[in-house]
Design a protein around this ligand. Structure first.
Ligand code: B4P
Length: 206
């Protein structure tokens, strides 16, 4: 189902719905993003997917990204911010964006505000998926059995969680201060979690 443009006109200057899906590694950002795209027809921007496709293509950027990702570290801000700026500019007709895995640092959060503003847009909401660490580790280890991802092993998962608490979780206060943060219980069935997300998003467009 696509959003009627007039329904979201109150959301921001161009009537777009721009959603950040936020959470720790393995919290289900990618999983719930796919359901959001299906229902609301938004453009999906996953920095993790973008970086992995650069790695697969064997580009210079991919080689650089892999050296960080395989250690569970964040790829430098300037690289990721540049990717996002280009994508937003390349899709002026999008009905809105789902930012999946971006921003992950305060610098990225500030850059996103600026680039949206420069393009006459605004942020609609930050959906924060709340999941206990024990479950995060279990999910990622399970994914590691089939994903072949160099970062889905116990040592790297622990490093990623530490990076999340040090560098990414502080963004919650930032968005709380801007009254954009909506916490979503991220444990339970994928459908039940999506139902909670739908309640928030439908509330925005009514
Ligand atoms: P990402 O690709 O963003 O991945 P993620 O945080 O590991 O996973 P996500 O939360 O999307 O989990 P998913 O739905 O797949 O990042 C990977 C790396 O890229 C980062 O560590 C970093 O190095 C780099 N990077 C990315 N963005 C960056 C940025 N902005 N700046 C700098 N560096 C960046 O779910 C995980 C598993 O759980 C799946 O197997 C899924 O099937 C399962 N699952 C989902 N929901 C479930 C549920 N309700 N119950 C049970 N299992 C569930």
């Amino acid at each position: 189902m696509y959003l009627c443009k007039s329904l979201v006109s109150s959301q921001n200057k161009k009537g777009m719905l721009n959603i950040i899906i936020f959470g720790a590694p393995g919290s289900g950002k990618g999983t719930q993003s796919l359901k959001l795209i299906e229902k609301y027809g938004l453009k999906h921007i996953s920095t993790g997917d973008l970086l992995r496709s650069e790695i697969k293509a064997g580009t210079d950027l991919g080689r650089l990204a892999e050296s960080y990702m395989s250690q569970g570290k964040l790829v430098p801000d300037e690289i990721v911010i540049g990717m996002i700026e280009n994508l937003i500019k390349e899709h002026p007709d999008a009905r809105g964006f789902i930012f999946d895995g971006f921003p992950r640092t305060l610098a990225q959060g500030k850059a996103l505000y600026e680039v949206l503003e420069q393009n006459g847009q605004d942020l609609s909401v930050v959906l924060s998926l709340e999941v206990e660490d024990k479950e995060l580790v279990e999910r990622l280890l399970k994914r590691g059995e089939i994903s072949g991802r160099s970062d889905d092993n116990r040592e790297t998962i622990e490093a990623r969680l530490q990076v999340y608490y040090d560098q990414t979780a502080p963004l919650k206060d930032y968005y709380q201060g801007k009254r954009k943060l909506e916490k979503i219980k991220g444990q339970g069935s994928i459908e039940d979690i999506f139902a909670s997300i739908e309640r928030v998003v439908d509330g925005l467009i009514e």
